[in-house]
Design a protein around this ligand. Sequence first.
Ligand code: NAD
Ligand code: GLY
Length: 371
Amino acid sequence: MSRIETLSVALGERSYDIVVGPDLISNAAQLIAPLIDHEPAIIITDDNVAGYHLGSLNDSLKSAGITSTVITLPAGEITKGYDGFQGLLTAILDTGPERRSTLIALGGGVIGDITGFAASVVLRGLDFIQIPTTLLAQVDSSVGGKTGINTQHGKNLVGSFYQPRMVLADTGALNTLPRRELLAGYAEVAKYGLLGDKVFFEWLEKNGKALIDGNDTLRQQAVIKSCSAKAEIVGRDEKEAGDRALLNLGHTFGHALEAETGFGEKLLHGEAVAIGMIMAFDLSAQIGLCPIEDATRVRTHLKAIGLPVQPTDISGQRWDSAALLGHMGQDKKVREGKITFILTRGIGDAFITSDIDMSDVEALLDRAIAA
Ligand code: NAD
Ligand code: GLY
C-alpha cells in the first residue's frame, strides 16, 4: 500500500481513525483485523456495490483468515426506511451475532447510515466499520456517527449518534462511481470550503474539474481535506449542540427540495445540497450579509463543475414556495418553531442563525423557482 494517510476523530475512548488512500478495500484485512473480535464479520452492502467491490473485500478477509458473511440490500434511498431496516435487523439476527460481532458497511451513505443505526441497536450495540464507496460517503456520511433512516415524516428522522470503530476511504472505489454520483458528492466537498475555508474553495476552483475527471491524487487530497474539516468539527461538537450545525450549510433548503421531489433519482441528496448552498448564499446576499459577488462565484463554480444550481434545473418538476416552506418547517433543526439557517458573511465564513424574517425566505424562494 502507498500514499495512505490516516486522520483521527478525537472523541476520547470512542476515537477512531479515518484511513484514506487507494487500494484500501483489497488490503482491508490488514487494517481492520485488530478490530474484529468475533467471527464471522458481517458485511452489509448493496447490490450495485457488491458487483464492483465485494469480491476484493472478501478476498482480503479470506487471505487474512477472517471469516465473513454478507447481507446484500437493494441499492437506493428506498432501502433506508422502516421496511429496509426491519429486513436488515432480521438478516443480522439470522447470522447469530454476539455482542463482540462487527458489522462492516461497504457502500454509500445509504448503507453506512442504515448499518450504523442497526449496529447501535442490535444486542444494544455492536461495533461497526465504515468502508464508504461514494464520494459523498467518503467526505461526509461515514464520518461523525450520524446514523438513521427516513420515515414518512421526512429524512433521517429516526436514528442515533453512534460512532464507527474505523473508516476506510478507498479513493480507488470512486473509479466505478457514476459521474452524476461523483458530482453529487462534490457538493459536500465544496461545502467545507464554503463554510469555513476559503483557501480550500479556491483550490477547488482550480482543481475541481480535474478531480471530477479522474485525477486520483486530487481526489485523495479533497477527501483528506474534507475529512479533516469534519473530524475537527465533530471532535468539538459530536451531538450538534453548536458548531456542528455548520455542516448543514445548504441542507435546510436542500431537504425541502428533496422532499418535494420524493427523495429519489430525480434529485440526489448532493445535488439538492448544491442548490441549497447557492440559495443560502443568495439569501445572505439578499439581506445584505454577504457580497453578491461571493454568491455569484459559488454559483459559477458549481455550475462549471456540472451540478444543478437552481430548482428549475430539475426537469419536469413544478415548484411551489409554500410547499417548500412547509417542508422547511418540519426540519429536525427547528427550535421553538424557528427554523435554523446556516447563512454566510462570504465564502468560508458561515454562521448559524434562527433570526431570519420568513418574508425574506419567501421572497428568495419565489425568485429561485421563477429563475
Ligand atoms: P447511495 O448510498 O444511495 O449511493 C449512491 C449510488 O451509488 C447507489 O446506487 C449505490 O449503489 C452506488 N454506488 C455506491 N458506491 C459505488 C461505487 N463505488 N461504484 C458504483 N456505484 C456505487 O448514496 P450516497 O450519495 O452515498 O448517500 C446518500 C445518503 O447519505 C442519504 O441517505 C443521506 O441522507 C445520507 N447522508 C448521511 C450523512 C451522515 O452524516 N450520516 C451525511 C450526508 C448524507
Ligand atoms: N452531514 C452533517 C453532519 O454530519 O453533521
